[in-house]
Design a protein around this ligand. Structure first.
Ligand code: NAI
Length: 331
């Protein structure tokens, strides 16, 4: 039998945490033959709720779940973890300035970076979900210099999956037949959902989305806006932000990273830019990636037309500004 993998979920008493931990315990993230030990971190005001989640994990009698650590101590939570899913953060409340929210999250991610760097297992893979996801991941990277930068990522897979969902609804095809959309940039409303290279499997073979949806106007306006604004639409409908889809996409992100992407398929991940596609280096930016042997690699050589170029640059600009704001909170 395989040794258990230790998976940390921060903010585990929150909404996404509640949807995510049972998925991990059922093998959705790492496979149905991979035992897991869950480490759950939250802050003291949420300690009782966190303990309730632990009780439910016991009650669910998950065969793959070999242990649960539920704690408000970051060092205990981070000790020995192989995978860290960072969902905990400070939400933007009504009337709060952008800078105040940034400042709270920068200090959280700075201190959790040290806890992970000192206590996580070697080669721990990190996924930041909490917003501002790209910039939180960047701060985590900066303050955990001994963690290889390729091990620190942020979640844009939810946006990627939303784009697949919109195309499948529009064409009335199975979502599993659509692939190779791209989310470029920030997990925010400046992200660029790009279908230029996306395809659909049809009985007549693989077809470009742009051939099947001849309505460029829809693809270039409504489709993009729908994906960019989907988070807000969910909040309006549920009075709560996306949780089951965020949790499921976080599992997709880690599963593909660890177990590999299918041949001929790429996914979107927020990763440390190496300057590919003339995206400034030093930002955590969402790119199309393939994964193999536990490592991601940015898909190279895709054509970028002028329409796309502008959108790639716009979201990079926003990320540079967020980075500056984050650094101004540190000093
Ligand atoms: P939530 O407010 O229900 O849960 C957040 C949890 O984090 C709370 O239990 C809170 O006590 C905890 N927390 C706060 N500070 C912490 C700290 N220093 N250490 C550990 N835990 C801490 O929020 P929800 O709905 O679960 O969302 C979590 C985050 O994920 C938010 O920042 C949200 O904006 C973000 N998000 C990101 C998505 C993405 O695609 N990247 C999609 C959906 C949400």
């Amino acid at each position: 039998a395989k040794d258990p993998v230790r998976v940390l979920v921060t903010g585990a008493a929150g909404q996404i945490g509640y949807a995510l931990v049972p998925m991990i315990a059922r093998g959705v993230m790492l496979g149905a033959d991979q035992p897991v030990i869950l480490h759950m971190l939250d802050i003291p005001p949420a300690a009782e709720a966190l303990n309730g989640v632990k009780m439910e994990l016991v009650d669910a009698a998950f065969p793959l779940l070999k242990g649960v650590v539920a704690t408000t101590d970051a060092v205990e939570a981070c000790t020995g973890v192989n995978i860290a899913v960072m969902v905990g953060g400070f939400p933007r409340k009504e009337g709060m300035e952008r800078k105040d929210v940034m400042s709270k999250n920068v200090s959280i991610y700075k201190s959790q970076a040290s806890a992970l760097e000192k206590h996580a297992a070697a080669n721990c893979k990190v996924l930041v979900v909490a917003n501002p996801a790209n910039t939180n991941a960047l701060i985590l990277k900066e303050f955990a210099p001994s963690i290889p930068e390729k091990n620190i990522t942020c979640l844009t897979r939810l946006d990627h999956n939303r784009a697949l969902g919109q195309i499948s609804e529009r064409l009335n095809v199975q979502v599993s037949d659509v692939k190779n959309v791209i989310i470029w940039g920030n997990h925010s409303s400046t992200q660029y959902p790009d279908v230029t290279h996306a395809t659909v499997s049809t009985p007549a073979g693989e077809k470009p989305v742009r051939e099947l949806i001849a309505d460029d106007q829809w693809l270039n306006t409504e489709f993009i806006a729908t994906v960019q604004q989907r988070g807000a639409a969910i909040i309006k409908a549920r009075k709560l932000s996306s949780a089951l889809s965020a949790a499921s996409s976080a599992c997709d992100h880690i599963r593909d990273w660890v177990l590999g992407t299918p041949e001929g398929t790429w996914v979107s991940m927020g990763v440390y830019s190496d300057g590919s596609y003339n995206v400034p280096s030093g930002l955590i930016y969402s790119f199309p990636v393939t994964c193999k042997n536990g490592e991601w690699c940015i898909v190279q050589g895709l054509s970028i037309d002028e329409f796309s170029r502008n959108k790639l640059d716009l979201t990079a600009k926003e990320l540079s500004e967020e980075k500056d704001l984050a650094y101004s909170c540190l000093s």
